[in-house]
Design a protein. Structure first.
Lengths: 339, 486
């Protein structure tokens, strides 16, 4: 019908390989893709088919797409792959990989590329910014100034010194290692947990997060979300971190048991938290709104103009590598849990 | 220890107040009503020998005049722009501050403010708390902090600590300072406008004084531009605040992160509605750990003063007066500057060195210096350039350093001044009749005597010898001499 005609038009832009685009992109990104590929765009103006139907329709055009560009909102599982058997390559622009069944892709010989290090710097910067904000009460004292309390009520209460703090990083991948490097310059002592110790670093390794928390003043969640890391920061870990401890989460909301975190904050079992992510975004536990020792952000750690343009270049790089038979820039393997 | 009477100007820190009360005789300035202050001071003026102030409340001329027994001002801050330093010098009042212990916290905050301003963290926090986050994917793009060109105004302790942190984010570092520093990786700019024009983030980290007042003016802000970010953790008055407000309102300046303001605790209300500023209430050193360290430093300085022991952190080095600002004189100046010593000088003609204070005569130089250094060549005019009059002018307790030639100084006059205790001390490398050194000096504890060893290192003597040989060879080969004396 109309929808199918639209798709046929998209598919007819001869010569270039077809790419199934399943996420909205800005104008520069769209132009860069169209320059190089036949783009079958789920978000094209006037395109009304829902996602899975669009995928199936795209699979039915002559010379169907062998590659797709997706984001975190697209679940790549068996039924998705069944709907588009022509797909041999999935390029995800998301930071995490929890939306992709890597084992299923591997079984079908579908290559997966992720966003590599495109976001790592900005997320690391944001993590440091959140930590400084919590310890030095930047947002809280900002509120104090803006409501005129500085003149009316005098000096704001003291914060806590960053230098010398033991920072326990959960996940020492692209993001975690950048956080470590930055915080070292502030005089922090770096501890970490990851699946295996890393020989190339001199930071102290802890085989589990509970022990990491027990010997850290700050816990930074910088790992991917998967079965092993769901609620990796739980009630025990928060207790081990202790009443002077601070949690920073720039991973996924579900890395932390949110209900227990709220209780720990309410009861003063930890000293504060800086959170960019939550278990049920955009819902944020309302109890946190009145807490002075918490900094709340709306899942924006990756969102800079620079990472946007880096992402565009990186995605196209992966697509071009695939279509020219070269190795992907940032392939993901089924056995890799993180990065 | 007999109780030192200490006037605390403001309830700045509970621990400090408590300790002052238990170790000394404490007077709380705010105990008296505002209109009764003069009376309060009159009533207690003979007892008050020390004042403890901070960034906002300190020993100005009026207070110093009202306290005839004042001996020391111990500031609970590193910046002492609100202490009347000339008046303190005039009265012989010692000043201490709290350097080093707060360097890290202030530098941490500077970087924290830069990230907060660029990545709009407080703005996100406000947004979420207001219940405005209704849809996933609701966001604004900000700009990356890592890799930005960071410029630092003032490369002192705090400026350097900021540079070290910014470097970990891959930022390039440039700076402006009174003089160039030995950091080849950091680009030096001779003026603030050029510095601002060539950076993305300008961080103000210098001390406030007459020269630096409103150093960040409209021209500088225009050079920083609509994408530029200004961070101020120094003093409010380093920035022209009304100009800053209009630059931000008119979007001529991209963003700002401010810890200090011209009229604390009042921050310009026109900025409260802006989303591209981060405003915090002078919290640079406000952590439990640092405030305690600062308080301990204040207490230790007061105790040292009371026991006649050396102060731990006297503000600014001694004033160094250099006779002759040639190659050696300038090299001395650069070294003492690193100790925060203000540099004065005399020579036949004034030099173009705005950071060094010129005096038209040696007597005036001596009168305004704590340490007098002879570094000029010896000739008819400079023989006995340090005579009795100059020695008398060198403040009692002043020091004379001679690395020039013995005959620069009237030696018998010097010896009697030292023996009679009129002069504070001397460091002498040269004497009028080498190798004979006046024996009267041997018994003195405040004199250092060395046997003309100024250039006496292997490396330098080798280089000197090579120069002599080079000159001789050049002469023989009829080539230009290497170092002819004009």
């Amino acid at each position: 019908v109309v929808a199918t005609l639209k798709l046929a038009t998209m598919a007819a832009a001869g010569g270039k390989p077809a790419v199934l685009l399943l996420r909205p992109v800005d104008a520069p990104f769209a132009a860069a893709l169209r320059d190089r590929f036949r783009v079958l765009d789920l978000y094209a103006p006037g395109q009304a088919l829902p996602a899975l139907a669009f995928v199936a329709a795209a699979a039915a055009v002559p010379e169907p797409p062998r590659a797709t560009v997706i984001w975190g909102g697209v679940r790549v599982d068996a039924s998705f792959l069944d709907a588009a058997p022509s797909l041999r390559c999935v390029v995800s622009t998301a930071a995490g990989l929890d939306h992709i069944d890597l084992a299923e892709c591997a079984r079908r010989g579908v290559a997966v590329a992720n966003s590599g290090e495109v976001y790592s710097t900005d997320v690391a910067d944001y993590a440091v910014g959140l930590l400084l904000d919590v310890l030095r009460r930047v947002s809280a004292s900002e509120r104090y100034v803006r409501r005129g309390s500085w003149a009316a009520q005098g000096d704001y209460p003291l914060g806590s010194k960053l230098g010398g703090k033991r920072v326990g990083i959960i996940g020492l991948g692209n993001i975690g290692s950048r956080i470590a490097k930055r915080l070292e310059a502030f005089g922090c002592i770096i501890h970490y947990n990851s699946r295996k110790p890393k020989d190339s670093v001199s930071y102290k390794y802890f085989p589990n997060v509970h022990e990491l928390a027990a010997e850290s003043d700050v816990l930074v969640v910088a790992c991917a979300l998967n079965k092993a890391t769901r609620h990796i920061v739980n009630k025990d870990v928060l207790e081990a971190l202790g009443k002077d401890g601070v949690v920073v989460n720039i991973g996924r909301g579900a890395n932390i048991d949110e209900a227990e975190l709220v209780i720990a904050l309410r009861e003063g079992k930890i000293a504060g938290a800086g959170l960019d992510v939550f278990e049920h975004e955009p819902k944020v536990p309302a109890e946190l709104f009145s807490m002075e020792n918490v900094v709340l952000s709306r899942h924006v750690a990756v969102l800079t103009e620079e990472s946007r343009s880096d992402l565009r270049a990186h995605t196209i790089g992966n697509l071009e590598a695939f279509f020219s038979g070269q190795p992907l820039l940032t392939p993901v393997h089924a056995d890799s849990l993180a990065q | 220890m007999e109780s030192l009477g200490v006037l605390l100007l403001h309830p700045m820190n509970a621990y400090l107040e408590q300790e002052l009360d238990s170790r000394f005789r404490l007077f709380r300035f705010w105990d008296s009503p505002p209109d009764g202050r003069a009376e309060f001071l009159r009533a207690n003026s003979s007892a008050i020998r020390a004042v403890v102030g901070n960034a906002g409340y300190n020993a100005d001329a009026a207070l110093i005049d009202a306290l005839p027994s004042l001996e020391i001002v111990a500031s609970f801050s590193v910046g002492i722009d609100r202490v009347d330093l000339p008046k303190c010098r005039e009265r012989g009042i010692r000043v201490t501050n709290t350097p080093d212990v707060l360097t890290d916290d202030v530098a941490d905050l500077a970087v924290g403010l830069a990230i907060a301003a660029l990545r709009k963290i407080p703005q996100a926090d406000r947004y979420v708390r207001a219940g405005l986050w209704k849809a996933k994917g609701d966001y604004t793009l900000t700009t990356r902090f890592s890799g930005k060109r960071v410029a630092i105004l003032g490369l002192g302790r705090i400026g350097l600590a900021i540079a070290k942190r910014a470097e970990a984010f891959g930022c390039s570092i440039s700076y402006h300072s009174r003089s160039e520093k030995p950091f080849p990786n950091y680009k030096f700019f001779t003026n603030v406008v050029d510095l601002a024009a060539n950076c993305d983030v300008l961080i103000v980290a210098c001390s406030l004084n007459a020269e630096t007042h409103h150093m960040v003016n409209r021209k500088v802000m225009d050079a920083l531009g609509p994408d530029g970010v200004l961070i101020n953790i120094g003093r409010g008055a380093l920035v022209d605040e009304p100009e800053l407000v209009s630059a931000l309102l008119e979007k001529r300046l991209g963003a700002a992160g401010l810890d200090v303001f011209e009229h604390e605790p009042f921050a310009p209300e026109q900025l409260f509605s802006l989303d591209n500023v981060v405003l915090v209430p002078h919290v640079g050193s406000d952590t439990e750990e640092t405030c305690k360290a600062m308080a301990d430093l204040v207490l230790k300085n007061l105790e040292a003063h009371a026991l006649n022991k050396p102060l731990l952190t006297p503000f600014s080095g001694k004033r160094v007066g250099i006779i002759g600002l040639g190659r050696i004189g300038l090299a001395i100046a650069t070294r003492v500057e690193a100790f925060d010593c203000p540099v004065n000088y005399y020579q036949r003609t004034k030099k173009d060195c705005p950071s060094y204070t010129y005096y038209p005569s040696v007597v005036e130089l001596a009168a305004n210096s704590d340490i007098l250094v002879v570094a000029c060549p010896l000739n008819e005019q400079t023989r006995h350039i340090v005579n009795r009059e100059v020695i008398e002018a060198l403040v009692p307790k002043g020091l004379l350093i001679n690395i020039g030639r013995g005959p620069h100084v009237d030696e018998p006059e010097l010896v009697s001044a030292l023996v009679e205790g009129r002069l504070g001390g001397a460091g002498l490398d040269v004497f009028e009749d080498e190798p004979n050194v006046p024996e009267a000096l041997f018994a003195l504890d405040n004199v250092v005597l060395v046997p003309h060893v100024g250039s006496g290192t292997h490396e330098t003597r080798q280089a000197m010898a090579d120069l002599v040989l080079g000159n001789l060879e050049a002469h023989v080969l009829k080539k230009p001499l290497l170092t002819p004396v004009v």
